[in-house]
Design a protein around this ligand. Structure first.
Ligand SMILES: *Cc1c(COP(=O)(O)O)cnc(C)c1O
Length: 391
């Protein structure tokens, strides 16, 4: 057997399926349905007894290429692409859970994920306990006989808390529950949760997988088997399918994923080191820094720190807003995972709907700023932040 390909090679080569025209770049099959040569072929397609493409809600050749390439990168046997990251998390929950089941979820996951479990799925009889991503004992203590799913994001956004994926996979296994990891911040370029024991990986492809802030997309990855098969059925029945156009943009984004993530992490680390020494900054949260409380664990799980750097400025909200308003280059927007650097004030945007007490409990102080580092020269980013920090 020949040696398996490296990640960089898989990013540009895996999953490519050429048409009869032998195009070099992957084709975009912008079609909602597919034609059959006969009534019998149509019946076989709809009945699932042939592998023919039928309708793009079920799947589409461009979407298949994306799924195969992402599966290769994550080291997963199967991948189902979805319309967005949230529909990926919803789809996974819909196939794993039923009324009466229980979920243990990190309290430092994406805001919409908290809403999904705490509000929406709660209405359908699924109960969720939220725990600290870093405290193993809280996960163990929250387990119930009906716990079916452990869900986490690592590192967390914006504070970069790190959950121990392999330790939590043992906890899940002992409890007879599945472990799902939202790998949006690291992507397989930096972290491969399945190799660390996760059963499922979910993605918002909207972020680094696209990488240039263009389209929405998502994916669920895991082992071949009933759960992944049910996901295909869920998409067919419930409909959160990805547009072939979006799939094509993301597929091409994967070609530069590793090189982008490494370059963005390098810039993020340099920026974090500079911020740590800045007199206007009280504290920097970045897993790549030696001062990060879980630096060692992070560097065991991750190839690099990733693109998100958060820091607390001295002087609270007013000082934080001054830094934002003094920028001329960095984009003031909530998105991350773009080659254009972005800045946000979590306390008044992403976490603005929380009560002040809940915000404090989540560690989101009024002086906290989150920068999602892109590909600009780091000297230009420093100069852009220095203006407001000096004020
Ligand atoms: C953005 C994001 C999501 C949701 O993805 P959408 O594509 O916006 O639906 C989920 N998890 C994390 C960590 C995210 O950053």
């Amino acid at each position: 057997m020949s040696k398996p390909y490296e990640l960089s090679t898989l990013g540009v080569r895996a999953g490519t399926a050429r048409s009869q025209f032998n195009e070099h770049s992957e084709a975009l099959y912008l079609t909602s349905s597919f034609v059959f040569a006969s009534a019998a072929e149509a019946a076989a397609g709809f009945g699932g007894s042939s592998s023919d493409y039928v309708y793009s809600r079920y799947t589409n050749p461009t979407v298949s290429m994306l799924q195969d390439r992402l599966a290769a990168l994550e080291g997963a046997e199967a991948c189902v692409a979805t319309a967005s990251g949230m529909s990926a998390i919803l789809a996974l929950s819909m196939v794993l859970l039923k009324a009466g089941d229980h979920v243990v979820c990190s309290n430092a996951v994406f805001g919409a994920t908290v809403q999904l479990y705490a509000t929406l799925l709660a209405r359908f009889g699924v109960a969720t306990t939220f725990v600290s991503p870093t405290k193993l004992a809280e996960w163990e203590g929250a387990l119930k006989p009906n716990t079916r799913l452990l869900f986490l994001e690592t590192p967390s956004n914006p504070l970069g808390e790190v959950a121990d994926i392999s330790a939590l996979s043992s906890v899940a296994r002992k409890a007879g529950a599945a472990l799902a990891v939202d790998n949006v911040l690291c992507t397989p370029a930096l972290q491969r949760p399945i190799a660390l024991g996760a059963d499922f990986v979910v993605h918002s492809a909207t972020k680094h997988l696209d990488g240039q802030g263009r389209v929405l997309g998502g994916a669920v990855l895991g082992r071949k088997g009933p759960a992944m098969d049910s996901l295909v059925g869920f998409l067919r029945t419930a409909g959160p399918a990805i547009s072939p156009f979006n799939a094509w943009v993301i597929l091409k984004g994967l070609e530069t994923l590793e090189i982008r993530l490494l370059a963005q992490s390098e810039r993020a680390l340099e920026l974090a080191r500079w911020l740590e020494k800045h007199p206007g900054v009280a504290r920097v949260h970045y897993t790549g820094l030696a001062s990060h409380p879980q630096h060692a664990l992070a560097m065991r799980q991750q190839k690099a720190g990733g693109a998100v750097v958060s820091f607390e400025v001295k002087g609270g909200k007013d000082a934080a807003w001054k830094v934002i308003d003094a920028t001329k280059l960095i984009s003031i927007t909530g998105n991350l995972g773009d080659v254009k650097t972005t800045i946000t004030h979590p306390a008044t945007t992403t976490h603005g709907r929380l009560t002040p007490e809940a915000r404090a409990a989540a560690g989101i102080s009024d002086g906290l700023l989150r920068v999602a580092v892109g590909l600009e020269a780091v000297e230009d980013l420093k100069a852009d932040l220095a203006r407001g920090l000096a004020a």
